[in-house]
Design a protein. Structure first.
Length: 189
């Protein structure tokens, strides 16, 4: 099986079994791409999540295109994106055709009520994985907490949070480098 075929099938599986949007697919994608196929390392996967989140467009398609590109270049990006999108489009078409007939059936309504908590869990699970990969600890845990509070309580745009975090990281990195250079220089007596 060619890499493109294998990639399409892997992403089609992810697209088929993901309920709840882009973030819900992160654990499935990590399992398939990092753990089973070993196409990316955990660190590379975390980088793809960050780039996909900051890129314009649909998160699921961004993830697929970035991972596919990293694995198989431009063709890989297109193949992976098609793989993750095609099942969703087909399912939406089927649901749109038949949902009006079934939405008033009690067990269908209950089924959708039961899926909602599972979707919340699927979205929450990657948070813990990303926290590990991002090396969160007692000293820097305040950063995502403050960012979440600013976004939720004060309606600050995530774009500003990302910009300030990137600028702060750059400034802090330069400061640390200068400190290390000072420590490496011989002391004058």
């Amino acid at each position: 099986m060619s890499l493109n075929t294998e990639m399409f099938l892997s992403f089609a599986k992810i697209g088929t079994f993901t309920l709840g949007g882009g973030f819900a697919m992160v654990p499935l994608m990590e399992s398939e791409i990092v753990d089973k196929k070993h196409w990316l390392t955990k660190e590379e996967f975390l980088d793809v999540i960050i780039v996909s989140q900051t890129s314009p467009g649909v998160f699921a398609a961004n993830m697929a295109s970035h991972v596919g590109y990293k694995i198989g270049g431009k063709t890989g990006g297109v193949v992976a994106t098609l793989g993750v999108v095609v099942p969703s489009v087909l399912m939406i078409l089927l649901i749109a055709m038949f949902f009006q007939q079934f939405k008033s059936i009690r067990w269908v309504e209950k089924m959708f009520m039961g899926i909602r908590p599972a979707v919340v869990a699927l979205i929450a699970a990657p948070v813990f994985t990303m926290a590990k990969s991002a090396r969160l600890n007692k000293r820097n845990l305040w950063i995502p907490v403050v960012a979440a509070v600013l976004i939720k309580c004060f309606d600050v745009s995530p774009i500003y949070i990302i910009f300030v975090a990137a600028l702060s990281g750059f400034v802090y990195g330069r400061y640390k480098r200068k400190q290390e250079k000072k420590e490496d220089q011989p002391q004058k007596d």
